[in-house]
Design a binder for this molecule. Structure first.
Ligand code: HEM
Length: 383
């Protein structure tokens, strides 16, 4: 449904007016009472009224002489021409029907020196089948998936070691970036970047969904490196609650998790993740006096998993208590609910649930994820 030229757009006028008046479009799910986000595409009341008035007037073309020049779309990447493109070396075959287990492909970077990625963009070759892609950075000293094949697709159930099968979905490796349809590439501010140590591998974790047509996919990630060594390193952290247990038919089931930041950090963005029963997700700071400050509340929609980038990055001191709260709708009123009679627990497939509050923070460039979790004066990471 391209809305690029007048001819293409005209017949959609009524639906466009309805979609923008109901605030269904452009897609944005943050409750406007909390936080300000630099990627908020919401239209102003005036813009909404303009579209509505145009539709009501019969979608007139206006004067052709006032029309803007046809828009030129960039070829290829949305980020500037990448310094490096890392592509999954072997295509993954996706069947026409059925559920596909998460598929992994490990690609060696062969970096002789440490690198800093300031921008990164994921490009699937078969976007219609990619439900999500997560690209992890596996440093050379990481034991994660060490017995798994490199350079070819595999799934957790193909691994012979049961411990590695379990580990496939759980890692402390940092994320390079996460992709879902509609998501924007990552571009970190000058002086901030993701660290890719020399000798790292990139691990692609692909979730494919079938749509009646078989296909194959070879996803790539494009990287633009920082021109000089950054002062800050961006790391992705998460607040998870694996112990969720959602009773059958529960309409508004609440699950929370809290964590205390071990060191200072600058909060950059928030990315809630749940599955089909996800209803609302919230990130809060719980202040010492008990006051709760909500940073973001999302009316969650599984098909629209967005990153919410803070308009003004927020400095958080060591000791800050961060809380994530998720609400689930396991009732039959939820049109996406695959089975309201089921007790739902944690799992990969969309018929199971997750509760993950990802958040990106900037920390001093010399800090890694492990060191970030060592609390002051407590060598060895003891609490
Ligand atoms: C002011 C900007 C926009 C307008 C006027 C608009 C308009 C619309 C309309 C009229 C529909 C069809 C609704 C129906 O069938 O009843 C729609 C659906 C859709 N739009 Fe937009 N849209 C806008 C922005 C966007 C953006 C920025 C994206 C992607 C990031 C997007 C992605 C979609 C998708 C995926 C659907 C299908 C949704 C579904 O079937 O659930 N739209 N939009």
């Amino acid at each position: 449904m391209p809305l690029v030229t007048y001819e293409e757009t005209r017949s959609w006028a009524g639906k466009m007016a309805a979609a923008v008046e109901m605030k269904m479009m452009p897609p944005w799910f943050a409750d406007p009472r909390y936080g300000h986000f630099s990627n908020d595409p919401s239209l102003s009341e005036e813009e909404i009224a303009t579209i509505a008035a145009w539709a009501k007037a019969g979608a007139p073309a206006g004067d052709a002489r006032d029309a803007p020049a046809p828009r030129k779309w960039g070829e290829g990447w949305n980020i500037p021409q990448p310094d490096l493109v890392v592509k999954m070396p072997k295509p993954v075959r996706i069947p026409a029907r059925g559920e596909v287990e998460y598929t992994y492909e490990i690609v060696a970077t062969h970096f002789a020196l440490d690198k800093w990625a300031q921008m990164a963009e994921v490009r699937p070759s078969s976007a219609a089948h990619v439900h999500h892609a997560v690209v992890y950075i596996r440093p050379p000293d990481s034991p994660w998936l060490r017995h798994a094949p490199v350079g070819e697709p595999f799934t957790a159930s193909m691994l012979s070691d049961p411990e590695e099968r379990r580990q496939a979905h759980e890692t402390t490796s940092d994320l390079l970036l996460v992709y879902a349809p509609g998501s924007a590439p990552d571009r970190w501010a000058d002086g901030m970047a993701k660290f890719v140590p020399a000798g790292s591998d990139l691990v692609f974790q692909m979730h494919y969904t079938t749509n009646g047509e078989a296909a194959s996919d070879e996803t790539s990630v494009g990287l633009v490196f920082a021109k000089s060594a950054p002062k800050q390193r961006v790391i992705t952290l998460q607040l998870n609650n694996h112990a969720l247990l959602i009773p059958p038919e529960a309409e508004d089931f609440r699950v929370e998790v809290e964590g205390t930041l071990p060191n200072d950090a600058i909060l950059l963005s928030l990315f809630p993740h749940m599955h089909l029963r996800g209803k609302r997700f919230e990130y809060d700071i719980v202040h010492d006096d008990g006051r709760v400050e909500t940073l973001l509340r999302v009316n969650y929609h599984f098909h629209w998993q967005l990153s919410y980038k803070l308009a003004k990055p927020r400095e958080l001191k060591a000791g800050t208590r961060l809380r994530a709260v998720a609400w689930y709708d396991n009732s039959r009123n939820n049109p996406h609910n695959p089975d309201p009679e089921k007790t739902v627990t944690w799992g990969d497939q969309t018929s199971q649930e997750m509760m993950v509050g990802f958040f990106d923070v900037a920390v001093p460039a010399g800090m890694d994820k492990r060191r970030y979790f060592i609390r002051h004066g407590e060598v060895g990471g003891k609490k």
